[in-house]
Design a protein around this ligand. Structure first.
Ligand code: PLP
Length: 374
């Protein structure tokens, strides 16, 4: 048996929608399909404004421009994350302040944030790992108390909730990814979610190279010009047409993934303790973006990945902590993030995609069982 780690999702009508783009003869951004995608996202998420972008990385860069991050500012975030969470702020030359994660959710540890706050702290960026929410009530209260922006990197979190609120709708700003590795996608794509409505106009200018082109298109001004520091963050109509097909059915897709996730959990919990499996706090509803297990150390992980690969199963590790990446490691000294470092060395992600078969999951779990029984 050969089981890939991921299979990019294809639903039925991507081609039909792409054909409509050709028929409309309009391919650039902010066309009909982009507008439709934004409407679906606004209704689903309850944000004041959704702006589809060509990646989540773009949306994160927009958050750093919108919050006017500059070299005097400090931004707190986890080191156990994808590079874009940090690079968006590093591009503005802010100081990144790393916070350790919780051993259960692998999310930023809300109890370790306040000790990192200084008079220079401008924003906290949380990452909802695997679509499981951070402890948002606590973090939001910290941001309010210290007048700090709250940004949610919800790259993996379509259809994920915290106490009934969709992730990305709780902070000032949120971001989603529609990269082909995500539950729904358009190859490369993302969205900026604006919850603080005073930021909407500026966000629209930033997306359009910093110009007020949107006002020109809406016939509010007779010519458009440069107002803000921005860039070209628009999603093209081709991407939006593809994404729209998938957005319409995302809940069904995620239900299918959750069935597979639950089967993994049921079978693995027969021989692995709870701490080695994903732990979902009761206030969180997730989308089965990732199924992972933890092993005792890096050697066990390497051997297990090799063993599974010999069985035709592609299992992979995840983030290398950013504070240990070549770009960062000589920048700041004495960074002590024990949970981040331990999780990074011991986590393994198992194959999970829409349509993975029950017998494939049973085969993967049996193989893991044999490995530990050897
Ligand atoms: C937490 C997180 N943030 C940001 C990104 C970047 O997303 P994109 O590839 O859409 O730019 C990813 C991508 O995997 C991610 O996992």
């Amino acid at each position: 048996m050969k089981i890939p780690f991921n299979k990019p999702l294809i639903v039925e009508d991507e081609f039909d929608n792409l054909k409509k783009v050709f028929e409309n003869d309009r391919f650039a951004g902010n066309g009909d399909f982009s507008k439709k995608c934004n409407k679906v996202l606004e209704n689903k998420i309850g944000c004041a404004k959704s702006i589809v972008t060509s990646s989540c990385t773009d949306a994160l860069e927009m958050t750093s421009l919108l919050t006017m991050i500059d070299p005097d500012d400090e931004v707190i975030m986890p080191s156990f994350t994808f590079v874009s969470t940090a690079s968006a702020f590093e591009l503005r030359r802010a100081k990144i302040v790393w916070c350790d994660i919780r051993p259960d959710t692998k999310n930023i540890d809300e109890n370790k944030i306040e000790e990192l706050i200084t008079s220079k702290t401008k924003a906290i960026v949380v990452v909802h790992y695997a679509g499981v929410a951070c402890e948002m009530d606590t973090i939001k209260a910290i941001c309010k108390k210290h007048s700090i922006y709250l940004i949610e990197d919800a790259a993996q979190s379509i259809d994920c909730y915290y106490k009934g609120k969709h992730l990305g709708s709780i902070g000032d700003l949120g971001t989603l990814s529609f990269h082909e590795t995500k539950n729904i996608h358009c190859g490369e794509g993302g969205a900026l979610l604006v919850n603080n409505s005073s930021m909407i106009q500026k966000a629209e200018f930033i997306r359009d190279k910093g110009t007020n082109r949107i006002q020109f298109l809406n016939k509010k001004v007779d010519k458009y010009t440069w107002h803000e520091l921005g860039s070209s963050y628009l999603m093209s109509e081709l991407q939006a047409a593809f994404l729209y097909s998938q957005l319409k059915v995302s809940e069904d897709i995620n239900k299918n993934r959750l069935k597979s996730w639950n089967l993994y959990y049921k079978l693995l919990s027969k021989f692995l303790p709870k701490e080695k499996l994903p732990q979902i706090p009761k206030e969180c509803t997730h989308n089965a973006h990732i199924f992972y297990i933890l092993v005792d150390n890096e050697d066990v992980r390497e051997n297990l990945i090799k063993y599974l690969s010999e069985k035709g199963i592609l299992a992979i590790f995840h983030y290398i902590p950013l504070h240990q990446a070549p770009y960062w490691k000589d920048k700041y000294k004495n960074i002590n993030l024990p949970i981040t470092e331990k999780v990074s060395k011991t986590i393994i992600r198992l194959p999970l995609f829409y349509g993975i078969k029950e017998n494939e999951i049973r085969y993967i779990v049996d193989s893991i069982h044999h490995f530990f029984d050897k």
